[in-house]
Design a binder for this molecule. Structure first.
Ligand code: AMP
Ligand code: MG
Length: 403
């Protein structure tokens, strides 16, 4: 049986092998969060576009504004003011943060370091040439590349694009990820379940995790534990870029996902992983599309999505698969787990000052969504470990959506 690292690596290798070209679309900078840029972005002009003051103070000639010299202030410059005239010898001007420094001035002296009596300004300190001035073009030249194709767009990247006037961005289209739950007991979340039925909460967690990973969820609904219905809905799902199933991959008599996929010609790369929860997770290719069969217990579905489906969506979006976001933390209360499988326990990561510590939460097993809704991470107990003492360093996989 593969470890979770080996299984994740298998997913990455297989998807890298068959990854084709990516369709693109033009998206407003307001709507492009999380998308992958499909073009490079260049500056429209020099940055900063003028010599910019980084302080409130006085623009001076450093050779004149010596300690105790009294220099006449002849005006003020605010951010946004047009500055066309040079600073006359023997004078200075008051200047605000973000304003253009006039030609002739070669330093800005912070207001805190000056004394003013009427029009006369003096300082106790030696000014340094260039101090508190960002020269025109020193951040970027005109036409310089500032964002690479293949960048994932977060708020800083989007602000950078906006700064240079790139308001419409060519982005990779989000990969469409079909989501299909299975089980005779499952009803749509809008319905009132019968006494022995349960709502399809996995369709919601999966759609949300797909969105967080940069994909476009296509919720197909639920298939009954019957070959014909399952087969027909799987074929529908295979029209999208990838298919994620929940349920029907365990050893039960009505767990038909693998056999139906096999009948449709699927090739499997794993059908079990040495983890708890989530051991029966399946990954393969069917009709040229990646297919994941995740166990149906909600916490298993969530963990296995993060471990195995997330890197696939990254690759299908045109970026490299990210590393798992593990953080090291000190264990708050000792643990005693069964060895043999790597355990991912719902846990709470918190910080005392800058020191992270983590506590596993009480839970009723992999059906316990409420426990995970109180958790902000999974605490990893490695397969070979059983007892971990309070105070030991442990690895924690953070839930990106809440940390
Ligand atoms: P399975 O993996 O099909 O054996 O399902 C295991 C358990 O997970 C079932 O007994 C259900 O209680 C639960 N489950 C399966 N599918 C879903 C779903 N779509 N939404 C919420 N819970 C589910
Ligand atoms: Mg089932």
């Amino acid at each position: 049986m593969l470890s979770y690292e080996q299984a994740r690596q298998k997913v990455i290798e297989q998807i890298q092998k068959v990854r084709g070209t990516h369709e693109t679309e033009s998206v407003s900078v307001w709507d492009a969060l999380g998308l992958v840029l499909a073009e490079e972005i260049r500056t429209d002009r020099e940055y900063p576009p003028f010599d910019r003051s980084t302080r409130d103070g006085y623009a001076v000639r450093s050779t004149e504004f010596r300690p105790r010299a009294k220099i006449r202030c002849v005006g003020e410059i605010k951010a946004g003011d047009a500055v066309r005239e040079s600073l006359e010898p023997g004078t200075c001007v008051q200047i605000m943060t973000g304003a253009a420094v006039p030609a002739g001035a070669d330093a800005v002296v912070m207001i805190e370091h000056t004394t003013r009596e009427g029009e006369l300004v003096s300082t106790e300190r030696e000014p340094r040439v260039g101090q508190n001035i960002i020269p025109r073009g020193s951040e970027a030249k005109a036409g310089q590349k500032i964002l690479e194709a293949g960048s994932r767009l977060g708020y800083a990247e989007l602000a950078l694009a906006a700064q240079v006037g790139a308001t419409m961005l060519r982005c990779v289209k989000r990969p469409r990820i079909a989501i299909l739950s299975t089980g005779d007991e499952i009803v749509a979340i809008e319905e009132t379940p019968g006494e022995f039925q349960i709502r399809n909460s996995n369709s919601v967690s999966l759609a949300t995790q797909v969105r967080l990973a940069g994909g476009e969820p296509v919720v197909i609904g639920n298939a009954l534990d019957q070959t014909a219905d399952l087969s027909q809905k799987i074929e529908r799902g295979l029209k999208e870029d990838a298919l994620v199933l929940s349920g029907g991959v365990s050893m039960g008599k009505y767990d038909l996902v693998e056999s139906v996929l096999k009948a449709l010609g699927a090739e499997f790369f794993f059908d079990a992983v040495a983890i708890r929860p989530g051991k029966p997770a399946v990954f393969g290719y069917c009709k040229g599309k990646p297919v994941f069969g995740l166990p149906g217990n909600p916490v298993s579905t969530m963990v296995t999505f993060q471990l195995f489906v997330e890197p696939a969506i990254a690759l299908l979006s045109g970026v490299e698969a990210p590393s798992l976001p593990f953080v090291e933390a000190s264990l708050a209360e000792g643990l005693n787990e069964k060895p043999g499988l790597a355990h991912f326990l719902p846990a709470m990561l918190s910080w005392s000052g800058s020191k992270p510590h983590v506590k596993a939460l009480k839970w009723q097993g992999s059906g316990d969504i409420a426990a995970l809704a109180k958790a902000n991470c999974f605490l990893l107990v490695p397969a070979e470990r059983q007892k971990i003492e309070a105070g030991e360093r442990v690895s924690v996989l953070v839930r990106k959506d809440v940390v």
